[in-house]
Design a protein around this ligand. Sequence first.
Ligand code: FEO
Length: 393
Amino acid sequence: MRMIKPNVYSVGSIDFDARLFDRLIPLPDGTSYNSYLVRGNEKVALLDTVDPAKTKVLLNNLVKLGIDKIDYVIAHHAEQDHSGSLPDVLLIYPDAKVVTNPKCKGMLIDLLGIEDDKFITVEDGETLSLGDKTLQFVYLPWVHWPETMGTYLKEDKILFSCDFFGAHLASSSLFVEDEAVVYESAKRYYAEIMMPFRRQINTNLAKLSNLDIEIIAPSHGPVHNRPKFIVDAYKDWTSETVKNEVVMAYVSMHGSTAKMVSYFVEALMDRGITVRQFELSTVDIGKLAMALVDAATVVIGSPTVLIGPHPCAAYAAFLVNALRPKTKFASIIGSYSWGSKMVEQLTGMMSNLKAEILEPVLAKGEPRESDFAALDRLADEILAKHKEVGITN
Ligand code: FEO
C-alpha cells in the first residue's frame, strides 16, 4: 500500500515472479495489478480490483488503511486481471455499488455473475462526488476491449487509465524511476494487445488532450508522474509513420532457409536498412511484436513442411495478422524439396495486413547463385519501396 497523493492510495498487488500472462504473453519483468483507493470526506471509492490470485493482497492493503466501508467500486474493465477480485470485495463490503458503463456491466454479469442490483451505470463524461473529491468517467474504448473506461480525479489531476499507458513491469517504486526501462515494457504491452486498435487509440489520445493531467495511474506497472513521456510514446507508436526497418522472422530445418536469411539480412544491411531478426522456434513473441510496431517491412522465412509453411512460421503469420501492424510491405523467403504451397498459405494467413506483398523468393533445395541473386533483387525492391515512402536516410 502506497500513497500517491493525500487520500489517494495504490492498494493493488506487485507480482515480481509472474512469467506468463494469459498462458500466452511472456512477462520477463513480472507485472502488477494496480488497484487504487480514493477517500473523499463523504464517500470512499475503490478503482478496480486485482487478479483473483492476488485478492488477499488487496484485502490486506484495505485493512492496513483501516477501510471499513467502501461506497463505490469503479470497474474500468471487465477482464479478470482487474475485475476478478470483485466478488470477494463485494462480499466483504456488502454496501458497495459497482460503478461502470452499461457495456462493462453486461460483461461483469456474464464473467463473474454479479447481481444486477449491485450496479450503478455511468455515461461518458459523467461525474460522481466523493465529497471533496470528484470522479469523472472517460470512456476509452478499445484499449484493448470495447468496454474500457478511465477515471479522472479532478481535484488531484490524476487519470486512472486502466490498461491504457500500462506496462507489465513489477517494480517496488510507485512512480516511474527509469523511463528507458518503462518505455520497453510499455511498448511491449502496447504491441501485444493494443496495436490492432491503434486508430481507436489515437482517437482516445485526442480525447484526453482536453484534460489537465499531472499523473497517469494505469492498471499495470508504475505510475507516471511525467505523463508527457508515455503520451508522446503512444503518439509515436500509433502514428502513420513507419521506420526504415525490416522484421526478418524465420525458422529453418536443415539450413537452406537459414543460409538465405543470412545472405538476405547482409544484403539489407548493405543497403542501409535496419534489420530485426527473430528465430521463430525460440522467439520471445513480445520482442517480435515490439519490432512490428515500427517496421516498414516484414519478411517471413520458412522451409516447406508437408506442402505448407513450418508451423512456427505459420504461428508468426497468424500473430502478424492478429496484431495488424502498420507495416507497408511484406514478403516470404524459404525453401522446398519437392513441392510447396507455402507462399499461398502464408499470404492467405496475413489477409488483415494492409501491406503490399513483394515477390517472394523460394529455393528448390540448397540456395544457389540464382536464389542469392533473387534475394538481392528483393533487397533492392525493399530499398526502393522504403525510398518511395520517404523513410531512407
Ligand atoms: Fe490488464 Fe485487459 O486487462
